[in-house]
Design a protein around this ligand. Sequence first.
Ligand SMILES: [Zn+2]
Length: 300
Amino acid sequence: MSYLGIDIGGTEVKGILCDASGTVHAGTRRPTNIQSGKEGIISVTREVILTLSEGGARVEAIGIGTAGRINAKTGDVVYATDNLPGWMGINIPAELKMSAPVFVDNDANAALLGEHWLGAAKGRDSAVMLTLGTGVGGANLVNGAIVQGATWNGGEWGHVILVPGGHLCNCGNRGCMEQYLSGAALTRMARETVSPAISHGRDIWPLYASSDPDAVKAVDTYLQRLSIVIYNIHTGINPACIVIGGGVIESKDAFWEALQQKISAFGVSVPVVPALLGNRAGCFGAARMAINGRAAAPFL
Ligand SMILES: [Zn+2]
């Protein structure tokens, strides 16, 4: 039995062909063709699906994780930003016109499902994931299932307000967590606090390791805010584990111990663990959606 897991992001469309145990038999990726709007993104996604199917495997179902707020029962894109132009309002299964059933969910939900299946949250019946990348993604899993929410907005931790009246967010509110904990936010803080010449947030870590006072101050603020968020998640949901993923986690050796100390100071008693599947978590989770066939009914 073969399943496809597809991850549609603003930069790339990635996909894997795997079996029900999660063994990958093929993988591919293409730049997301956003210049041509919806048609371009759909056409690249179809190309990825067709490439993965070229070996002649009979595909039982296709799972798709995509940026945006998704009605997981119907595959409708309830909300999407201009990162995927023309995406809002479409029905993804209807646009793709595949012969196998297609299941769709938000990309952060797919990533947590992947980590729950094969990664850092394996064996836990509840988990919350934060993805600290270009933005901040989030997802909640309770009793082994993703909690999409009544209006498909569940797990949007990136837009929980952390600093009232703070930086303007692309969602229209001010002070969202994303404006303080994303990789882009770390870069901004490094420029403001350490040096305007800093080109990427990761450049702050060697300075932090050498106890540069400005870098220590910036990282301390960043980790303190992250700890507050983790404490709030622990208090509000009390999941069996909290998984931290995204590009920032690639530098975890530089800050993980300091983060754990701050979390302990807040009395968080559940494990806070780094994601294990990297940028393939979304593909694995999408494949898992296909395997579960968990939407109300398959759409052809
Ligand atoms: Zn926001």
